[in-house]
Ligand binder design. Sequence first.
Ligand SMILES: Cc1ncc(COP(=O)(O)O)c(C=O)c1O
Length: 436
Amino acid sequence: MSTQTIDALFSRTERERCLDAFPAGSNGEFNFPPELAIVVERGEGAYLWDTDSRRYLDMSMGWGSVLVGHANEQVISAASAQAALGSNFACVNRRSLELAERIISISPACDRVRFCASGTEATHYCGRVARAATGRSTILKFEGAYHGANDLGVTSLFPDKLRAFPHAERSCHGVTQAAADQIIVAPFNDLEYTAAIIREHRGELAAVIVEPFHRCIAPLDGFLPGLRRLCDQHGILLIFDEVVTGFRLAYGGAQQYYGVVPDLVAYGKALGGGLPIGVFGGRRGLMQIVEEHRMNKEPYVWTASTLGGNPVSCAAAWAALDHLERPGIYPRLHKLGQYLRDGLRRVMDEESVTGQVIGDGPLAQFIFSSEPVYDYRSTRAGDRAKARRILLGLIRRGIFLNPMGTKLYLSTEHSESDCDTFIEAFRGALQDDEGN
Ligand SMILES: Cc1ncc(COP(=O)(O)O)c(C=O)c1O
């Protein structure tokens, strides 16, 4: 079927309703072009159906929040049983207490945690606690890293002026210049450069925040231990944003996978089994800063989230962790990710397309560049216009993904045969693109 015929299948009225209800027709998540306004009806396992009953292989999985698959039976029954008993008390409850204890037992960095409702909140609180604990105001992030929709996350998120390090770029207006000035940036994976920046700014640096697996780029050997050492040397706190890596690269997340323990850690996404959740934590002494009896004393950080620790999300998270803790889950997720990446590389070779596939565990990303990819600037060197054409071509071929070109997320419910479906759709999209 030609692309035009397929476009014609998308219901005009839904497209119009989306554009009337949402800026650019979306809730900000995917930026579909208007001719591909997909309205999702339901999901099951690794698949989605839209309101026109078209089925898609989901390679986004709620931006990675549904690692255990859509409509996971254990998650449904845990969440619905709890919903019948009350869905929010804004108070410690049996479910949040049990889950907090379980997270503390899994996460080496945490001996105290607080719940919130999203990854954005969790990283935001980490930044505040670090500033309060050190009495310093600057935070170093890695260029291109996303830590949620807060000031830290959106500053130098997709910079295009590529200013000299460590100057940050306001990728998002509405962030005040004063807030942006308190963020400095370094190139991911360049320990020497980062060390020089840290040394120069050590008197003002509260923390270094890092996605241990930066977007879809693995840390080079020694990079994370090097950050740990530098932070220790200079009395700076190390924050791991484990919103993506948590419970995904390993049950114990990036801390277990890379063997480095931060001072503060933020979680979200996969933990909730698809329900809203955020958690941040650290060692007891640091987390004392949020204890309410300190209010009006220094240092004290206010943290409160109306839906944080709600028992429905916590019950869902408990079920998701049960699912992930089963023997063989992580080896299978890693094997499947490898199978997908190998297949995509093979197709690029067979179709004589210049490019590469990066990723680890159940995460992958293709980039149309032959140059090594190790940080934001090297990723940007790829042919992004081509990547966007291919991603849109994949959607037209029944694959659901994020056309902004970020990661592909596998779940425990994907199979090798699903990967084959994706790999062949990729081949088709490449061929269509070459034919144009
Ligand atoms: C690494 C990372 N941190 C934080 C966030 C923000 O999480 P949320 O969208 O739940 O606020 C995201 C979301 O994509 C993320 O990828």
